[in-house]
Design a protein around this ligand. Structure first.
Ligand code: 5GP
Ligand code: MG
Length: 178
């Protein structure tokens, strides 16, 4: 098993890039069918979702717009309860089908806040596409429409996800060693 060290922590190889790509392809196929005539606006949540968004959106073949927002609830390896405001959303979401593109849903705190903020702008509907879902950690009543992979509650890095700013560039997913 391949191990890596990031700053003070040891991580072990958990999910290889090819497996991630296959699960993203399945999500893209479904979105292409479901949202065919809906002219969706994809809202990518930075920073973590950048790699997922790039790979997902290359496979989207229907007319769509793509924008990016910034919103963070994590520092180090523990989820914080407070979430900041949405930054960077200049497009109008009024009466649009919006697809939030997230890297990972852990407690669901971040996404719940984002959804509440977006609802104030009266979108027609809000869909959620997440690369990873940790069902065991979920504290909010969220039902993501598109989940590439479900994971146990371990802390992971790679493929856009960081540990203290590092590891986002890794093509595979690594999990924290206990
Ligand atoms: P939540 O608000 O759902 O508890 O946490 C969501 C955010 O926390 C994600 O968008 C992501 O940035 C971060 N996060 C949650 N779990 C992990 C993890 O296992 N690894 C990393 N690197 N970030 C995570
Ligand atoms: Mg995120």
């Amino acid at each position: 098993m391949k191990n890596i060290k990031i700053k003070d922590k040891e991580f072990e190889l958990f999910i290889e890039a090819e497996k991630i790509e296959n699960s993203i392809d399945r999500v893209a196929d479904r979105i292409n069918v479901d949202l065919k005539d809906k002219n969706p606006l994809f809202i990518v949540v930075l920073n973590g979702a950048f790699m997922f968004a790039a790979d997902l959106l290359k496979k989207i073949v229907i007319p769509c717009e793509i924008t990016f927002v910034r919103l963070a609830s994590y520092q180090g390896t523990e989820s914080m309860e407070s979430v900041q405001e949405i930054l960077g959303l200049t497009e109008s979401v009024e009466n649009r089908t919006v697809v939030i593109v997230e890297d990972i849903i852990d407690t669901g705190n971040t996404l719940t806040t984002l959804i509440e903020e977006l609802k104030k702008q009266h979108p027609r509907e809000i869909k959620i596409a997440t690369l990873f879902l940790k069902p065991g950690a979920l504290k909010y009543n969220l039902h993501p429409d598109y989940v590439a992979m479900e994971l146990p509650s371990d802390f992971i890095v790679g493929y856009g996800l960081d540990y203290d700013g590092y590891g986002r560039n890794l093509t595979d997913i690594y999990k924290l060693k206990n």
